[in-house]
Structures are given as structure tokens and as C-alpha cells.
Write a protein that binds this ligand. Structure first.
Ligand SMILES: [Zn+2]
Length: 304
């Protein structure tokens, strides 16, 4: 019986604490604390949430997101977030943090745009298997448009008083992304060459959307090492199709792409999978880096 008073004190402290946090975040006017898994999701939440959100990305700028590991502090941040936006099936450490920490509100990007296998030659010799689901949905601007609406809906549920503001900001983002999408459509409509060679096969959704064909040197992850047979096959396709450019990227090593380009006497250029923004990125946000990608694809494909 002696423990009861202590227990009730602990309980009231707990209630007080949860009451406080509700007052400073969801119910009040402070910034909503949103944890996102990686850059493109961060971009959407920042654009839609504006000054009403404080966004923390679990993948720090410059860190390659595929094999992400989380610190204990990062895992704890998942537990206390007002909203967690991630893509189930992409980063095992994030999937596991969401499972164990059970944040109060979760938005899974793969429920907005389901992951699928994407067409394009990634080779038999790459590991993991090419039948794996492709996580790079964000490289299709139409996917980002769907994310914008879903984020506005989630933020509005957390803070209904600001629903109109979130919707207005989402509408502006959708407008910008729709312009980007139509610029890709027109910019890639008349190309001499529709095949492009990339280091890791991140551009399957983009290629499919705009009628291009991707040939990956590595597989769906940058560290999936190609076999000599696969490299020979990529060389063969590049020569047969008259490829002019071998693309590498900003976060992963360009060694393979450089070596292949040197062997074939071809140019190299950067195609950015937007898995993070750094000082080396050709642009400072999603639309500007995507426009650099468009420009690089147009040059490589000799598009009109
Ligand atoms: Zn990737």
C-alpha cells in the first residue's frame, strides 16, 4: 500500500509531461517536430510545413542512404516525433526504428506510391538480385506531387487549425513540380539516343516516366558490385547504342563509371539520384538538381 502515493505522483507527473508536450507542439503554435528518413521527403515536408515544422532528416547530408545506420539518439527522435515520414522497404534501420519506437503518427511513402521493380538493364551479375523492389520513386516528379498532398493531409490532421495553410503550400509545391514534370516531358520528347548509362540504377522510375531506358553499371544500390560479365555487357550495349556519356553521381564513388568511360573513350557527367544535397550537388534543392539532371540527360541524348 505504501507504493500507491508514489505511483500516483509519478502518474500525475507523466500526465503533466504529456500535457506540456501537447501544448507546445500539436495543440499549440510551436513547430511540429517531423522526422524524415532522407532528403526528398525532407524537401516535401519543409515546403508544405513551412515555418510550422521543424524537420530532422535521419540521413545526414553527404551520407549515402542505402546502408544507413542510426545512432541511439536518432532512434529516440523517432519515438518523440509528431510525424515520421519514411519509405518502408528502403532503409532497414529506419524500418526497424519505426517498428520498435512506435511513433504516434507515421507516413510510409510506399503506401502513397508502391515500390515495384522497374524496367531497364541492371544485369544478371549484380547483387542484390535485380528482381528487388526499386526504392527510387522520388526521381519521378509525379511521385513527389502525390507526396505533397499526403503530407498536407497528415500535417492537417496533427494541426487542424493550420489545414488551409498546409493545403495552400502543398498547392504551390504541386504547381512547381507539375512544371518540372512537363519540362521533363517536352525536354526528353525528341532525343537521338534514349538509352543512358548510370553508375547505380536509381533512375528506373524516371526513365519509365519519360520514355528512356536505363542501363545500370551497379545494381539498385551503389555498393552492388558488378561482375566482369555484367561490365562487358554494359560496354556492349553502350557501343551498340552509340552512348556518348557515362553518368556517375555525387554521393557514391565515380571509379566504376570513370573506368568504363575511359575504356570506351566516352565522356562522363553527373546524374544525381537526389539521395542527399551537399556542396557538390548541382543545385540546392529537389527542383534545381532535377533540372540539372534534365540538362545532363538532354546533352547525353542529343535531344532537340
Ligand atoms: Zn539509390
Amino acid at each position: 500500500m505504501k507504493t500507491w502515493p508514489l505511483l500516483s505522483v509519478a502518474l500525475s507527473l507523466l500526465l503533466l509531461a504529456s500535457g506540456c508536450s501537447a501544448a507546445t507542439t500539436t495543440g499549440g503554435t510551436g513547430r511540429l517536430n517531423v522526422v524524415v528518413a532522407f532528403y526528398p521527403l525532407q524537401y516535401v515536408v519543409e515546403q508544405v510545413g513551412g515555418d510550422q515544422v521543424s524537420v530532422t532528416s535521419l540521413t545526414k547530408p553527404g551520407v549515402e542512404p542505402h546502408d544507413l545506420e542510426l545512432t541511439a539518439k536518432q532512434v529516440a527522435s523517432v519515438a518523440t516525433a509528431d510525424l515520421v515520414f519514411y519509405e518502408k522497404g528502403f532503409q532497414a534501420a529506419v524500418d526497424s526504428a519505426v517498428d520498435t519506437e512506435k511513433p504516434k503518427r507515421v507516413l510510409d511513402a510506399a503506401t502513397i506510391v508502391p515500390l515495384r521493380t522497374t524496367p531497364g538493364f541492371t544485369g544478371e551479375g549484380t547483387t542484390p538480385s535485380t528482381s528487388a523492389l526499386d526504392p527510387h520513386t522520388w526521381l519521378d516528379p509525379q511521385t513527389m506531387i502525390k507526396y505533397a498532398s499526403a503530407v498536407a493531409e497528415q500535417l492537417s490532421q496533427v494541426r487542424p487549425a493550420s489545414a488551409a495553410v498546409f493545403q495552400q503550400r502543398a498547392d504551390a509545391l504541386v504547381k512547381e513540380l507539375s512544371t518540372l514534370d512537363s519540362d521533363f516531358t517536352t525536354g526528353l520528347a525528341h532525343c537521338q539516343l534514349t538509352v543512358f548509362v548510370t553508375s547505380h540504377a536509381a533512375f528506373g522510375y524516371l526513365a519509365e516516366r519519360y520514355g528512356l531506358e536505363q542501363v545500370g553499371i551497379a545494381g539498385l544500390t551503389p555498393d552492388a558490385e558488378p561482375t566482369p560479365a555484367h561490365l562487358a555487357e554494359v560496354q556492349k550495349i553502350a557501343q551498340e547504342k552509340g552512348v556518348t556519356t557515362i553518368f556517375s553521381e555525387t554521393l557514391a564513388s565515380p571509379a566504376l563509371a570513370d573506368a568504363l568511360a575511359k575504356d570506351l573513350g566516352l565522356k562522363t557527367d553527373v546524374l544525381d539520384p537526389l539521395e542527399g544535397i551537399t556542396a557538390q550537388s548541382r543545385g540546392n534543392d529537389y527542383p534545381s538538381v532535377m533540372r540539372s539532371n534534365l540538362s545532363a540527360l538532354r546533352t547525353a541524348g542529343a535531344c532537340q
